[in-house]
Design a protein around this ligand. Structure first.
Ligand SMILES: Cc1ncc(COP(=O)(O)O)c(C=O)c1O
Length: 378
């Protein structure tokens, strides 16, 4: 059995006559056939032919296969974004009239999809704090068709008790879907722990270079097959080039995560030494690190506008997981659309900053933070 790092870096599968070292880009909307018999072969079970890129294309398929391997899952699909991967996954398990159980601190875009879109389609969404597992169990009813959670939450970096959530849901034969975007398979492999579906915004660490929008859903074959059909029907396919770029980025996942999480640990320690700064940094995520994100809250001793304005090279961007250190302001971006009472309950405050650590040297980042914090002191 090959190692995780072997699976991360090796991408070329010689299943054709082409011997190029890396996988070519199949930048085509369609594939051709030599005669009607040849066309018929496409519809035979287990055939490896392609017909039309919305149905399948070697580059998205390769991305799906690679992430499935890293997660230890038997099947997967690559889609046009994290949101479309979430949508296809939920639609594979839940039907109108049924309900979903989600933590109250899910990513804002997911919260929006669940609370608005699904409610309009007669799928009930029940929200509860997943820090209270008795409450999670209490909320499961005969209508619950899916329990959905995130391995590490955004932006407060709560580490989900995945195994306990899975045990509770499976006791009632309810499948579990986990968003593993922040942890990545480098730090957590929810499928191996028993999750039925695992989803990624590949826009983040899987791609890793802030140059693609893509998603991946992996998991049980039965559910992924249904999700794939929905993705084809709804046209959620990712383009061959974006899939190729994502696979290219994925090859450095392990080295990026090692360096970026080491930076995150040091920056969390650095911020912890500052009065008036409360730090959110996951503990005990994995033996070899705790992720590459740090969130922190500046209290009334700091002017938050000044802090952002004084950053010289750390850019303010509403995304994360690139090779450069960046910051975001959750209150006005990722969590803008959730109700104010919920923002307050969850701790999405006016002083909250989410930092995505990059590959720079630690000193570059501490120097930058030190001068912005100093300038922001009231
Ligand atoms: C945890 C998480 N899941 C899903 C998404 C949605 O991904 P995308 O923007 O690729 O659709 C995001 C986006 O920020 C995210 O942070």
């Amino acid at each position: 059995m090959k190692s995780f790092n072997w699976k991360v870096v090796h991408d070329r599968e010689h299943d054709d006559d082409n011997t190029s070292k890396t996988t070519p880009i199949y930048q085509t909307s369609s594939f051709s056939f030599s005669d009607l018999h040849d066309l018929e072969v496409f519809f035979e079970p287990d055939n490896k032919r392609y017909m039309y890129s919305r149905y399948g294309n070697p580059n998205p398929d390769q991305l799906a296969r690679k992430v499935s391997e890293l997660e230890g899952a038997p099947a997967g699909i690559a889609t046009s974004s994290g949101m479309s991967a979430i949508l296809s996954g939920v639609l594979s398990a839940v039907r109108p009239g049924e309900s979903l159980l989600i933590p109250e601190d899910v990513y804002g875009g997911t919260y929006d999809l669940f609370q608005q879109f699904f409610q309009e389609w007669q799928i009930d969404v029940h929200t509860v704090s997943f820090t209270d597992l008795a409450m999670v169990e209490n909320k499961i009813t005969e209508k619950t068709a899916l329990v959905y959670t995130e391995s590490v939450t955004n932006p407060l970096l709560r580490v989900e008790q995945i195994e306990s959530v899975i045990n509770i849901a499976h006791k009632y034969h309810v499948p579990v879907m986990v968003d593993n975007t922040f942890a990545t398979p480098f730090f957590a492999q929810p499928y191996e722990l028993g999750a039925d579906l695992v989803v990624h915004s590949a826009t983040k660490y899987i791609g890793g270079h802030s140059d693609v929008t893509a998603g991946v859903l992996v998991g049980e074959e039965r559910l992924v097959d249904v999700a794939k059909r929905k993705a084809i029907q709804l046209g959620m396919n990712v383009s061959p080039f974006e899939a190729w770029l994502t696979v290219r980025g994925l090859k450095t996942l392990s080295v990026r995560m090692e360096k970026q999480s080491a930076n995150a640990k040091r920056i969390a320690d650095f911020l912890n030494d500052h009065p008036g700064v409360s730090v959110y940094y996951p503990k005990y995520l994995a033996k070899h690190g705790n992720g590459a994100m740090v969130s922190f809250e500046l209290d009334e001793r700091y002017d938050i506008h000044k802090f952002f304005a004084e950053l010289e090279w750390v850019k303010i961007v509403p995304t994360l997981a690139g090779v450069e250190t960046t910051v975001s302001y959750p209150l006005k971006t990722s969590h803008r659309s959730i109700p104010a009472y919920m923002q307050e309950k969850l701790g999405i405050t006016a002083g909250l900053v989410r930092m995505s650590l990059g590959l720079e040297d630690e000193k570059d980042i501490t120097d930058e933070l030190q001068s912005a914090l100093k300038a922001a002191e009231k």
